[in-house]
Design a protein around this ligand. Sequence first.
Ligand code: 5GP
Ligand code: MG
Length: 177
Amino acid sequence: MNSDIEKVLFDQDQLNKRMDEMAARLNKKYEGQEPIVIPVLNGAMIFASDMIKRLTFELTIEPIRASSYEGTSSTGKVKITQDVKSDVKNRPVIFMEDIIDTGRTLKALSDLMKERGAKSVEVISMLDKPETRVVDFYPDDYGFKAPNEFLVGYGLDYNGLYRNLPYVGILKQRVYA
Ligand code: 5GP
Ligand code: MG
């Protein structure tokens, strides 16, 4: 284990099992619908690529880059720094996110795609941190409920590092204190 990690919360086996279950539901729901899958970069890249490989229906992939976070505390602003390139009008949209914290990012992105005329919008998140929610937003499905701690690994970073860890863990406080 990486020495900056206090505790491993979810390992590859646990993540694989939940991703199988989440993908099975999507495979039933979206057959024949050709949705646009939108991974929210950078955090969701590992989770989204693992999820997408499990999907059996026709789909297109259009990443978006947005952020409401700097360091370890939320700034409250949602910035889109790279937008999707295709027209979402009348297409089902599936967002894939790493973690829902305050809820601001995915609330803003979901509202935007609805305004643009998406046929439907759903949000799948690897983790859900319900204790720190500040806006009324809930993902349609998530892998695991996460505690109110700063987590890294499986796409989640601290200043760009730790995304490559093959598990989700709690970062030792001494690393960012
Ligand atoms: P929010 O739901 O607050 O708008 O923002 C969610 C984003 O905040 C996530 O996509 C993620 O980038 C970041 N975030 C929230 N909690 C954590 C955490 O525990 N660790 C890391 N690395 N990022 C987090
Ligand atoms: Mg993110």
